[in-house]
Write a protein that binds this ligand. Structure first.
Ligand code: BEZ
Ligand code: FE
Length: 297
C-alpha cells in the first residue's frame, strides 16, 4: 500500500482481499499454465492498482470510456491500443524483457506504426528518399555478428519521416518515399542516401493524444531513422538511430531512446565532396555511421 493510500478498516481489508482470492481461484483450473500465470498476475496487479489509488466509480467509468474511444478510432491503419502501450512505456519494457542486453549487440526499440512490408529495393549507395523533402544524409556502416564476423547479404529495411514530420503513408496510399531495403555486400558493408531525421509527433488526434495533453506531455518523438536488420541464423533487430544533440532525446513520447543508438550526424557545408560523387553544391548534407551487431538465434 502506498503512503498516500487511506487506511481501511480490518473488516474492509478482509472484504477486498477475499475478492482477490476468489478471482484468483476462478483461474486456478486454466489448463494452459502460462495463461493461468498471466491472468493471475494481472488480477493481482490490477486489484493492487484499484486499492492503491482507491479508484472511484466515476474514474472507472472514464477508463472504460477511454478504452471504448480507443476501440472506435482503431482500424486497419490506426492502432490506438499500441499507441497507448507506447506512451505508457509498456512497448519498450516488453522489448527490454525480450531482448536482453548482450555485449555490443545492437539494442532494439519500438517498431512504430509506419513500417510497410515490401518497400523498394535500393542498391548499396542508392537513394531511399524517393523525392521526400529534407536534408540529404549519407548513412553507412557494417553488419557483424557478436563475434565480429561480417554478415554478407543481411537485409536492411529503412524508413523515416520527411522534414515536415510525415511518413509517405500519411499522405495517402499511393506514395512511396523515405523507405526502402538493401543488402550488405561481401564485407558486410552498406550505405545509402536518406534524410537527416527531424522530430515529429506521434498521431495525437485521438484519445491517446488527449491523455498526453491532459498530463502535460508532448506527443513529439526524438528525431530518428528506423532500421530492421535480418540475416539467416541471426536474430532480427528492429531499431532506430537518434541524432546526437537533439533536445528531445530525454523526452521521447514513447521512451524509445537508448544511449547506444544515439549517433553523431556530421553536418557538411554545401559543396563538400560527397562519398559517391553526388553533386550537392547548393545545400548542406549530413553523414552518420551505424554499425549493426546481430546476435545468434
Ligand atoms: C514511430 O517512430 O514512427 C512511432 C513509434 C511509436 C508510436 C508512433 C510512431
Ligand atoms: Fe518513426
Amino acid at each position: 500500500m502506498s503512503e498516500a493510500t487511506p487506511a481501511v478498516s480490518e473488516q474492509q481489508r478482509q472484504v477486498e482481499e477475499e475478492l482477490i482470492r476468489t478471482v484468483l481461484a476462478s483461474f486456478a483450473d486454466t489448463p494452459d499454465q502460462r495463461l493461468k500465470q498471466l491472468m493471475q498476475s494481472l488480477v493481482r496487479h490490477l486489484h493492487g492498482f484499484i486499492r492503491d489509488v482507491r479508484l472511484t466509480e466515476d474514474e472507472w467509468q472514464r477508463a472504460v470510456d477511454f478504452l471504448t474511444a480507443a476501440g472506435h478510432i482503431t482500424d486497419d491503419r490506426r492502432q490506438e491500443f499500441v499507441l497507448l502501450s507506447d506512451v505508457l512505456g509498456a512497448s519498450m519494457q516488453t522489448i527490454n524483457v525480450n531482448h536482453e542486453a548482450e555485449g555490443d549487440a545492437t539494442e532494439a526499440t519500438v517498431v512504430g506504426p509506419f513500417f510497410v512490408d515490401g518497400a523498394p529495393e535500393i542498391a548499396i549507395g542508392g537513394d531511399m528518399v524517393g523525392g521526400a523533402p529534407g536534408e540529404p544524409c549519407w548513412v553507412e556502416g557494417a553488419v557483424t555478428d557478436t563475434d565480429g564476423n561480417p554478415v554478407a547479404g543481411a537485409r536492411l529495411d529503412v524508413w523515416e519521416a520527411d522534414e515536415d514530420g510525415f511518413y509517405d503513408v500519411q499522405y495517402g496510399p499511393d506514395r512511396t518515399a523515405g523507405r526502402g531495403h538493401l543488402f550488405t555486400d561481401d564485407a558486410g558493408h552498406y550505405a545509402f542516401w536518406g534524410l537527416t531525421p527531424t522530430p515529429y509527433p506521434i498521431p495525437h488526434d485521438g484519445p491517446v493524444g488527449a491523455l498526453l495533453e491532459k498530463t502535460g506531455r508532448s506527443p513529439l518523438r526524438a528525431s530518428h531513422l528506423h532500421f530492421m536488420a535480418t540475416a539467416p541464423g541471426l536474430r532480427t533487430v528492429i531499431t532506430h538511430i537518434f541524432v546526437d544533440g537533439d533536445q528531445l532525446l530525454t523526452q521521447d513520447a514513447v521512451f524509445g531512446v537508448k544511449d547506444s543508438l544515439v549517433k553523431k550526424f556530421d553536418r557538411q557545408e554545401p559543396g563538400t565532396p560527397t562519398p559517391d560523387g553526388r553533386p550537392l553544391t547548393d545545400m548542406s548534407w549530413t553523414r552518420v555511421r551505424f554499425d549493426i551487431v546481430l546476435r545468434r538465434t
